[in-house]
Design a protein around this ligand. Structure first.
Ligand SMILES: [Zn+2]
Length: 542
């Protein structure tokens, strides 16, 4: 069903007037939601006494918000009172008025998927993702993380995508044109939003719609993006500061480009991805959008029971514990395990638990359910993480530890991943690690392990468990791969790998991760120690 939406440019503190106009419009239009794409508040340095009074009235519920409204992070810092209220109220400033967030993926009750990246690019945020959500700056990594959302109906950004005006005949005369960023162009190329909103001071700019080339990924349809940059409220030339439209998130894309449109003027920084690649992305949101998805179902494909907006392995999920994320690559990322099996004393030479998860960006139950190009890139990068970890363990552990990496490849799981842990080298060299996996499988009367390498798993026709064992006598890239294939007759225990290692390392009382939960400061300390050790081996850092 189509919903009516209004998007507003910079308000700069004039919200009493803007909200009044909005209330009048709303009685006629009946908006489902409103997005303020620019600055809701005046910059604290320009704020007058009246501005401050208005903010207090807003926070105290004395100004009525007629319709659910989300305000983006613009270029201005938020007033102190606003930050205080937001941080104590789960980002609700008052009834019907919510902070959209700096780096957001959300789905409204109407099924509209909104992705937002607020503020301005700050190349000096070097520690990966920006930690604090209210200051008006984002990092390259913040932008990269959002690519994991895969699709969007509406994209809201504080800055423009690099190259947006090329191939356009629409005039744009601004004294101070908005800054353009390559990482935002990347978002348009990957997410192919139906609408992309930004702001541009006192000037309005609506580009000709642009279309993305049809590919398997788009079910051979032609997604179209409308880029609209709003002027500020009260601008001297009466340029457009509010844009109202109807959006049906279930509508399918056109078969051919609409008249008056141009081809996508933006290129992805990674050329490989920019090419009209024949690959199909994960459908992130399980919302039954027949038109977008097509009817094809690949042999390994099974939809996970959890959709990506709730998935704790999806990097784009706002609720994941970002302080545990230790490295972000192109197709996969690495995070320290919550409730790790080892403690920081288990491997004295390391001094941190070193229980890591290597997780693909793609929300898929198995590697095999990814399309070829993505599957290869993802598997290669997961291996690269494993090898880099081995190098780190070799160097820090002075060859006293090897490693074990395990995976449950099972249709119906929400989001595939690997777990990585060091083990004492002598247990590997005496064959005890291999024996422990085999023995517990036998205890459960499961099929036996075979020694073989199934690579990215595409040739496999059944579910399987795999463990990759690395002996520090060997090169960090070497592995012994054991596979246990199983079918639905077996009630496979998802914690099998952890169970085996708990027995082997005499950590039985830690077998359930919930009993190993740490307080955040302790987690942060382990992560900091880990990052420090991994720094020189992290291929994603440059
Ligand atoms: Zn996921």
């Amino acid at each position: 069903m189509a919903s009516k939406i209004a998007v507003i440019g910079d308000v700069n503190g004039h919200f009493p007037a803007v909200l009044q106009k909005l209330a009048t419009l709303h009685t006629k239009q009946n908006f489902a939601l409103v997005i303020i794409a620019g600055n809701l508040f005046a910059s604290p340095s320009d704020a007058t006494e009246e501005d401050e009074k208005n903010i207090q009235n807003l926070i105290n519920g004395k100004i009525e918000i007629p319709v659910p409204t989300y305000f983006a992070l613009g270029s201005n810092a938020f007033p102190k009172a606003v930050v205080e209220k937001l941080s104590s109220s789960d980002d609700e400033l008052c009834h019907n008025l919510h902070f959209l967030g700096k780096r957001t993926t959300m789905k409204t009750s109407e099924g509209i998927r909104i992705v937002a990246l607020g503020g301005q690019l700050d190349p000096n945020i070097i520690a990966g993702q920006s930690q604090d959500k209210y200051p008006p700056y984002y990092s390259d990594t913040d932008a990269k993380v959002l690519r994991g959302a895969t699709t969007a109906d509406i994209l809201v950004t504080g800055e423009w995508p690099e190259g947006i005006r090329s191939r356009s005949k629409v005039a744009f005369n601004a004294d101070e044109p908005p800054r353009e960023q390559q990482c935002i162009a990347d978002l348009d190329v990957v997410l192919k939003p139906r609408y992309h909103f930004s702001t541009s001071g006192s000037v309005y700019y609506e580009r000709e719609p642009f279309f993305h080339l049809p590919s398997e990924e788009t079910d051979n349809l032609t997604p179209v993006t409308r880029f609209i940059s709003l002027a500020q409220y009260g601008n001297p030339n009466k340029q457009k500061w509010i844009y109202a439209f109807s959006l049906d998130p279930t509508a399918s894309h056109p078969i051919s480009p609409p008249s008056g449109s141009t081809i996508n003027p933006l290129t992805h920084s990674d050329k490989k991805r920019a090419a009209p690649a024949h690959k199909e992305h994960a459908l992130v949101y399980d919302d039954g959008r027949g038109g977008r998805r097509g009817n094809k179902r690949r042999k390994h494909e099974a939809r996970g029971p959890i959709d990506a907006s709730q998935c704790f392995f999806c990097l784009s999920n706002e609720n994941i514990a970002t302080h545990l994320v230790t490295s972000i690559g192109e197709s996969a990322y690495m995070t320290t395990a919550r409730g790790p099996l080892p403690t920081s004393q288990t491997f004295p030479k390391l001094g941190f638990p070193c229980h890591l998860l290597i997780i693909p960006f793609s929300h898929q139950p198995t590697l095999a359910s990814m399309e070829e190009e993505e599957r290869r890139a993802t598997y290669a990068e997961m291996q690269k993480y494993r090898v880099s970890m081995n190098r780190m363990v070799q160097s820090q552990g002075e060859s006293e530890y090897g490693s074990v990496t395990w995976e449950v490849s099972k249709a119906g799981l929400p989001h595939t991943h690997w777990q990585y842990m060091p083990v004492p080298a002598d247990l590997i060299q005496k064959g005890l690690v291999e024996a422990a996996f085999k023995a517990l499988a036998e205890n459960y009367h499961w099929p036996t392990f075979t020694k073989e390498d199934v690579g990215d798993g595409f040739e496999e026709t059944s579910d399987f468990f795999r463990v990759l064992i690395w002996d520090p006598k060997n090169d960090a890239g070497k592995q012994t791969s054991l596979i246990l294939r199983f079918d639905e007759k077996i009630k496979f225990r998802l914690q099998f790998g952890r169970e085996v290692l708990a027995k082997l390392l005499r950590l039985d009382q830690r077998v359930d991760w919930r009993n190993c939960a740490q307080m955040q400061p302790e987690e942060e300390k382990d992560v900091a120690n880990f990052k420090n050790a991994f720094k020189e081996f992290d291929f994603t850092a440059d």
